[in-house]
Design a binder for this molecule. Sequence first.
Ligand SMILES: Cc1ncc(COP(=O)(O)O)c(C=O)c1O
Length: 426
Amino acid sequence: MTRPAFETLSLHAGQESPDPASRARAVPIVATSSFVFDGADHAEAVFDGTADGNQYGRMHNPTVAAFEERLTALEGGVRTVALSSGQAATTSLLFALTRPGAQVVMSKEVFGGTFSVVRKLLEPWGCRVDAVEPTPEAVAAAVGPDTVGVWVETIANPSLSVPDIPALAEVAHAAGAPLVVDNTWGCGGYLCRPFELGADLVAHSATKWIGGHGTLIGGAVVDGGRFDWQSDRFPAFLARDARGRTYLEQSPEAPFAARVHDLGLFTMGMTLSPFSAFLALQGLETLPLRVQRSCAAARDLASWVARQPGVSRVLYPGLSGHPGHEVAARVLKRGFGAVFCFETERVELARAFLDRVEVASHLANIGDAKTVVINPWTTTHSSLSEAARIEAGVTPALIRVSVGLEAVADLKADFARALAGVPAEL
Ligand SMILES: Cc1ncc(COP(=O)(O)O)c(C=O)c1O
């Protein structure tokens, strides 16, 4: 049988047939902390990995496993580990990758929470992180013999530039390092499938388009299964555990996922609840439809906003004037994303806009079925210094819009009212 299309996988992968116990068509929520063993031999075998079975809810749960399998299929990877948040996915991935003395080359435009892991955990631990422009030239200049990873996001926030993943993969591989893509903005693989473009590892915040309704916090790490970890640069993959096995021996097809499972779940306990996994599965079922529609609406609304009085600039990779349009057209499939940013001529107008919108919600999230707006300067990026914010493309009058599923005409009416009539003295 040929590989089913993305739309089919988003409904069926991870649960090909109804639940055998109940005949339920939906994936059941298995709300249990623990699982009964068949006997002493079975318990021992499950714990030493020689028999299939669920050890304990911190590491294993059937609802979570169905979500993991579905995401693996959608991303075209070999194994996914679901975690309690996107932040947990980032943290586990970085700790699985790095060690004191190692270097990571990171796009200087990554999500602020990712920099928190760097500044508060990795650097004090002795790992060096160099933040550079996510261009092949800048990354090539930064990598060296200690580089253990190159980290970029599919669409940078808020400049909305799109790194050239194939070119970056070549640079990373030439330096002996894997390319990691935080593909949160790639919408579960619908807009971007980094493994097809040469990336080795993918991270996700499932809180955004995967969940898709602003109802859960979750994350995932997907192992592409192609990177060769047998090198002195990655001693953790050659080390033996108490049972005398390396990650490569435990899981030859996905040793990185095995290490993330060990660190993120077994050791740090950043487990996704089965309830959240169920919501993520529900989200995935409609993800293709939602993302397609939100991308079309974002393009329409972004071009319309660009023509409104008081608006000085619009950033959207789908507009031909965007500096990253050409790369975006190569790297993104099926759409240019559901987020655009605009800047008003005056800061007061941006603030008044946020106070006056009624259809759009003013909150700190993206990827919701409802349209959401925020001023990154005073919120999501406010923990960065002013200079760092400017450097990251965040300006005081910038508004980020994550377009949902409302009728575009209603959004235009809402935005027109919110932008109009702000007194000049404001
Ligand atoms: C690109 C990206 N990665 C990771 C995260 C962290 O995800 P979470 O909020 O689910 O912890 C976010 C959250 O905004 C994000 O935008």
